[in-house]
Design a protein around this ligand. Structure first.
Ligand code: CAA
Length: 384
C-alpha cells in the first residue's frame, strides 16, 4: 500500500508521484532478476540520472535539484521499497558528491558537479580499507605530493560500493601521519594505475557491486584535492552524517516492502477456515511491524528537517541509522515468519529483504559505531 506522505510543497508531491511511477514501471519488475543474476543495473542509474534523481539535494546552479533532505530521503525510501540495491546506489552516489558540494571550490564545482549531479558520472565513496573499517582514521593509502604539485596515490581501498562500476571515486588517502593527515581526492575511474578487484560475493544486495580498489601510483592532479590538505577526516565524517540518513531512509523503505508483502500474504492465506491475518498472533505482529516502520520514518524525517535548517545532525543521523536499520532487521525477519515455510523460499521476496536488511546494520558505520557517536554526544552535552 502506498505510504501517505505529507510533502512540504506541491512540487515535492509531484516528485513522489514521478518516483512511484518509475519504481512501478522500471524498478520493481526487474529487481528480482538482477538480484538473482548479480548484475549491476548501470542503465537503471542512467534512467534515474535523466529523471533528475541522482542530484536531488545538489545546488540548482550546478545542475542539482535543490531539494531539501526531507524530500530526497522520502524519494530514497520509495526507491528502496521497489529495489533496495538501487536505493543504496543512489544514496552512495549522493554521498560521493557531498564533499565536492560542501567543501569544493567554486571552480571545482563548476567543472565537475553538473555531470555528477546530472547522473552522467556515477560516483563511489572510498574510505574503508581491509585493516581500517570502524577505525577510519587508521587508513594507510598514501597520497604523495609530486614536484608539479599533484599527487601519486598508492594503496588498497576496500568495500567500495560501485567499485569497478563508478566513473569517479571520492577517495580518502594519507598525506601526513595521524588523523589530521588525511585528505580527500576526486579520482577518475580511468586514471592509470587504478584497478578494481573481483567483486565481493555477498549475502544480499547482489546487484550492487562491492569491490576492492587497487591504486598503484595513480596520478591525481592538485585540482582534484577537495578541501584543504589534512581536512579529509572531518570531510569524510560530515559526508557520512548525511550518508547515514540515506541508509536510514533506504532501510525504512525495505521494512515497508516487507510489511506490505507480509500483510498481503496473510490476508490471502487461509488456515483453520479463515485468513491467517485474523489470528491475533499475526495481527499483533503486524501492528508491531507497522509501529516500527512509522517510528523509523519519523526518526529520519526529524533528522532531515534539522539538516535542512542547517543544524548539527551527527547525533540525530546516528540515531536514525540505528533505529531504522535495527527496525528493518526486525521487520524483515518477522515478515519471513509471517509467511511460514513460504517465507523461507525464493518464491517470495521476503527472504531477500531479510538478507538485504542485514548489511544496513553494518555499512556506513556499524550500529555499534552509531552507539559510540550517540553516547559521545550525550557525554559532551553532560560536560557542558
Ligand atoms: N563531522 C565533522 N567532523 C567530525 C565528525 C562529524 N560528524 N565526527 C568527528 N569529526 C572530527 C572531530 O571533531 C575531530 O576533529 P578535531 O580533532 O579537530 O577535534 C576529528 O574529526 C576526530 O574525531 P574523533 O576523535 O571522534 O575520531 P575517532 O577516530 O575517534 O573516530 C568514529 C570516530 C565515529 C569512530 C569514526 O571513525 C567513524 O565514524 N567510524 C566508522 C567509519 C564508517 O562509518 N565507515 C563507513 C565506510 S563508508 C561505507 O560504508 C560506504 C559504502 O559504500 C556503503
Amino acid at each position: 500500500m502506498p505510504v501517505e506522505r505529507m510533502m512540504p510543497t506541491p512540487e515535492a508531491a509531484d516528485l513522489i508521484d514521478l518516483v512511484r511511477e518509475i519504481a512501478a514501471r522500471d524498478l520493481a519488475p526487474v529487481a528480482a532478476g538482477h538480484e538473482a543474476a548479480g548484475t549491476f543495473p548501470r542503465d537503471t542509474f542512467r534512467l534515474l540520472g535523466k529523471a533528475g534523481l541522482l542530484g536531488l539535494v545538489g545546488p540548482e546552479r550546478h545542475g542539482g535539484g535543490g531539494q531539501p533532505y526531507e524530500v530526497y530521503l522520502q524519494v530514497l525510501e520509495e526507491i528502496a521499497t521497489a529495489w533496495m540495491s538501487v536505493a543504496v546506489g543512489v544514496s552512495v552516489h549522493t554521498l560521493s558528491c557531498y564533499p565536492l558540494v560542501a567543501y569544493g571550490t567554486e571552480t571545482q564545482r563548476r567543472q565537475w558537479l553538473p555531470a555528477m549531479l546530472g547522473g552522467d558520472l556515477l560516483g563511489a565513496y572510498s574510505l574503508s580499507e581491509a585493516q581500517s573499517g570502524s577505525d577510519a582514521a587508521s587508513l594507510r593509502t598514501r597520497a604523495e605530493r609530486q614536484a608539479d604539485g599533484g599527487y601519486r596515490v598508492t594503496g588498497t581501498k576496500a568495500w567500495v560500493t560501485h567499485g569497478g562500476q563508478a566513473d569517479f571515486y571520492t577517495l580518502f588517502a594519507r598525506t601526513a601521519p595521524g588523523q589530521r593527515g588525511i585528505s580527500c581526492f576526486l579520482v577518475p575511474a580511468g586514471a592509470p594505475g587504478l584497478a578494481a578487484a573481483r567483486p565481493e560475493e555477498k549475502m544480499g544486495l547482489t546487484a550492487s557491486t562491492t569491490a576492492q580498489l587497487h591504486l598503484d601510483g595513480v596520478p591525481v592532479p592538485a585540482e582534484r584535492l577537495v578541501g584543504a590538505e589534512g581536512e579529509g577526516f572531518p570531510i569524510a565524517m560530515s559526508a557520512l552524517d548525511a550518508g547515514r540518513l540515506g541508509i536510514a531512509a533506504c532501510a525504512t523503505g525495505l521494512a515497508q516492502a516487507a510489511l506490505d508483502a507480509a500483510v498481503a500474504y496473510a490476508h490471502e492465506r487461509e488456515q483453520f477456515g479463515r485468513p491467517v491475518a485474523s489470528f491475533q498472533g499475526l495481527s499483533f505482529m503486524f501492528a508491531d511491524m507497522a509501529a516500527a516502520v512509522a517510528s523509523a520514518r519519523a526518526t529520519y524525517l526529524d533528522a532531515a528537517r534539522r539538516m535542512d535548517r542547517g543544524l548539527p545532525v551527527t547525533r540525530e543521523a546516528a540515531i536514525a541509522k540505528l533505529v531504522c536499520t535495527d527496525g528493518a532487521m526486525r521487520v524483515t525477519t518477522d515478515a519471513v515468519q509471517a509467511l511460514g515455510g513460504y517465507g523461507y523460499t525464493k518464491d517470495f521476496p521476503v527472504e531477500r529483504y531479510m538478507r538485504e536488511a542485514k548489511v544496513t546494520q553494518i555499512f556506513e558505520g556499524t550500529n555499534q559505531i552509531q552507539r559510540i557517536v550517540i553516547s559521545r554526544a550525550l557525554a559532551a552535552g553532560a560536560a557542558r
